[in-house]
Design a protein around this ligand. Structure first.
Ligand SMILES: *Cc1c(COP(=O)(O)O)cnc(C)c1O
Length: 432
């Protein structure tokens, strides 16, 4: 693979812009960038490093939304059945591409709602606390929404949060979790754990957790395991079915580029589809063959679709169509290959040019990172983010002092990465 980045450390050519241009010229994904709208500042395309927060707009989105607006305008209610992409079964088109994306069987994945809503709906089924088993395990630095969601679930069931929530912390002086420590903690807690709910890729540190090993360990103690894949879907390859996760949920506006507040995704493993689980229901949870007969009897679907409740928001779903077409055309393995090369290139450049001020929280082993690097810049504040933006680099700042940068392989170039590191190095040298 030509795009692989094999520059030995200490090679002076490595920090050269020509080197970046050469890597771009040999990048098998170089044509993908033109599929996206690239924001501009002062007329110049920005270096966009916040695709982990809001992915860029695929150019095709606009015409696809216009198609739905036209069908609505010209057909009205009949577009449910007669539209070019009939709304009645609109969500069906996402099933296969989502299954490929997260490594699931098609009837295990569905596009619905938003992420935290899906976590709640899935916890209705998979967090069933009892007097002896009511603990939920999360990361200490879990995304706040997940933290609030699990705390509210614990309270909803009438248990005290203090006794029921365990937060996994790194060792003192360390920034990320060790798999062995997570497994040891699960062993220690044993059968008190009702649910393990972790981020596949941590939003703050960019660490990828060992989903199959953690899932298997939690199952040995009889607990349920759910994965929040907000930062994993479209970022790292996943095999949810084979890894045996009970459920998972993700949003589609980060690496999946489906737009602000985009429709989210959910996975429920096949073994639970016909299980006797509590579930909140609506007409979209029922068998589509009889749904429109408007019966009183409830006939559930025998798939993850049983967790759907309402008919889906077509206009909010349309961008996902453009986005998944790109993921399908390129393939997650190809995307991941460039991603590892691009992020490794960024790490090496940062260490070569900014090591005196910058340390990197994200693990360096490719098995433990996705696209994102989380940087601590000594002495820097939120102002640094603004300075970068003045120079055409969009990065993200999280309190207290973490700058997150995600070179998303579909639309970020090696030259972009070079420009970011060069800008940062210059700002830091000038104590800007
Ligand atoms: C982005 C993100 C969210 C956002 O939640 P929404 O319900 O989409 O607003 C939640 N959890 C994690 C881990 C995230 O990264």
């Amino acid at each position: 693979m030509v795009c692989a980045y094999h520059c030995p450390k200490g090679d002076s050519i490595m920090t050269d812009l020509d080197r970046a241009k050469d890597l771009d010229a040999h990048d098998p994904l170089r044509s993908c960038r033109s599929l996206f709208e690239i924001p501009r500042i002062g007329g110049r395309e920005v270096v966009y490093l916040t695709g982990n927060s809001l992915g860029l707009q695929p150019k095709e989105v606009r015409s696809l939304i216009e198609q739905e607006l036209d069908d609505w305008a010209t057909l009205g209610v009949n577009a449910h059945f007669e539209g070019r992409d009939p709304w009645k079964d609109y969500h069906e088109q996402f099933r296969e591409p989502l299954a490929r994306l997260v490594g699931a069987e098609p009837n295990e994945v569905v596009a619905m709602n938003s992420l935290t809503v899906n976590l709640h709906l899935l916890m209705v089924s998979f967090y069933r606390p009892t007097k002896d088993r009511h603990v939920i395990v999360i990361e200490d630095n879990a995304f706040p929404s997940d933290s609030y969601a699990v705390e509210s679930q614990i309270r909803f069931h009438g248990y005290p949060v203090g006794d029921s929530l365990v937060r996994l912390k790194p060792r003192p002086g360390e920034q990320t979790l060790r798999t062995a420590d997570i497994l040891a903690e699960l062993d220690r807690l044993g059968e008190r754990v009702a649910l393990v709910l972790l981020g596949g890729v941590n939003y703050l540190t960019g660490q990828v957790l060992d989903i199959p090993r953690i899932t298997a360990a939690a199952h040995r103690h009889g607990s349920m395991v759910g994965w929040d894949l907000a930062h994993a879907a479209g970022n790292v390859p996943l095999q949810l079915h084979d890894w045996g996760a009970d459920f998972a949920a993700w949003c589609s506006y980060k690496y999946l580029n489906a737009g602000p507040g985009a429709i989210a995704g959910a996975f429920v493993h096949r073994r639970h589809h016909d299980a006797d689980l509590p579930r909140l229901a609506g007409w979209w949870s029922t068998d589509p063959d009889t749904r429109f007969e408007m019966r009183q009897e409830f006939e559930p679907q025998h798939s993850v679709d049983a967790w759907q409740i309402s008919n889906p928001p077509i206009l909010a779903m349309t961008p996902l169509k453009a986005s998944l077409a790109i993921f399908d055309a390129v393939g997650m393995d190809t995307i991941r290959r460039k991603s590892v090369a691009l992020t490794t290139y960024m790490r090496d450049l940062l260490l070569a040019r900014c090591a005196d001020r910058v340390s990197i929280l994200t693990p360096s082993d490719p098995a433990e990172h996705g696209a994102q690097l989380s940087l601590v810049v000594r002495g820097a504040s939120r102002l640094l983010r603004d300075r970068l933006e003045e120079h055409g680099v969009i990065a993200d700042f999280r309190e207290p002092n973490v700058i997150r940068v995600a070179p998303v392989p579909l639309y970020v170039t090696y030259s972009d990465v070079w420009r970011f590191v060069d800008t940062l190095a210059n700002l830091l040298e000038n104590r800007d």
